[in-house]
Design a protein around this ligand. Structure first.
Ligand code: ZN
Length: 202
């Protein structure tokens, strides 16, 4: 097990587009170690996800996991649990009516944080549904549709593979430190899924 140093904002590697992983690399010891280190480092830091550039590896690999062993993630207690997933060379297509603007009911606004931007939270609005095409850790094709908070987490991680961080998309007026976030941002404003199906009235 290896817990790696996490690149913080200002490290040039966070602003580079990562290289795709070649198919023949997927069965290598190097790749196996990279994925193991990503998972170990994410878990050690209580992250909800981690992308390879964040551990100084400029390759298109990211992992997500929320909650483990029946416990919610302490940094993101409001996120639904997501079992561990590994995405290699992921490609996202937003499932929105238009590429030019985001309809409110097709959006999700969530206060995001980032292990590479320690201590800050801020509200980011993203498409609430995305199609994800990627390879899994064994090279099998993934083609899935994700909606809601998980879709936002996936978009945050895939952004890292293209040199973007959440600060590039944040509503700057909502940026706050973690302690002030806990104090002033009411729980109902932390994740607002504008298109979430409403519970049926009964
Ligand atoms: Zn991040």
């Amino acid at each position: 097990m290896a817990i790696r140093t996490i690149a913080r904002l200002g490290e040039p590697i966070l602003r580079r587009t990562a290289s795709p992983v070649a198919r023949e690399q997927l069965s290598s010891a190097w790749f196996e170690q990279l994925v193991a280190d990503l998972v170990d480092t994410m878990r050690h830091a209580d992250g909800a996800g981690l992308a390879a550039p964040q551990i100084f590896e400029s390759f298109q690999v990211c992992v997500i996991e929320v909650g483990r062993d029946g416990k919610h993630n302490p940094r993101y207690p409001l996120l639904p649990d997501i079992p561990l997933r590994v995405f290699v060379n992921p490609q996202l297509t937003p499932l929105t009516t238009s590429y030019d603007f985001l309809l409110e009911n097709e959006s999700i606004s969530m206060y995001e944080g980032c292990l590479s931007v320690p201590g800050l939270r801020g509200r980011v609005t993203r498409p609430r549904s995305v199609r994800l095409r990627a390879l899994d850790v064994k090279g099998e094709a993934i083609d899935e549709v994700w909606s809601g908070p998980v879709a936002a987490v996936i978009q945050h991680e895939v952004d890292h593979l293209h040199g973007s961080v959440f600060l590039d998309r944040v509503d700057a007026s909502t940026l706050c430190f973690l302690q002030e976030y806990e104090r002033y941002v009411p729980p109902e404003e932390r994740i607002v899924d504008h298109g979430a199906p409403r519970p049926k009235e009964g």
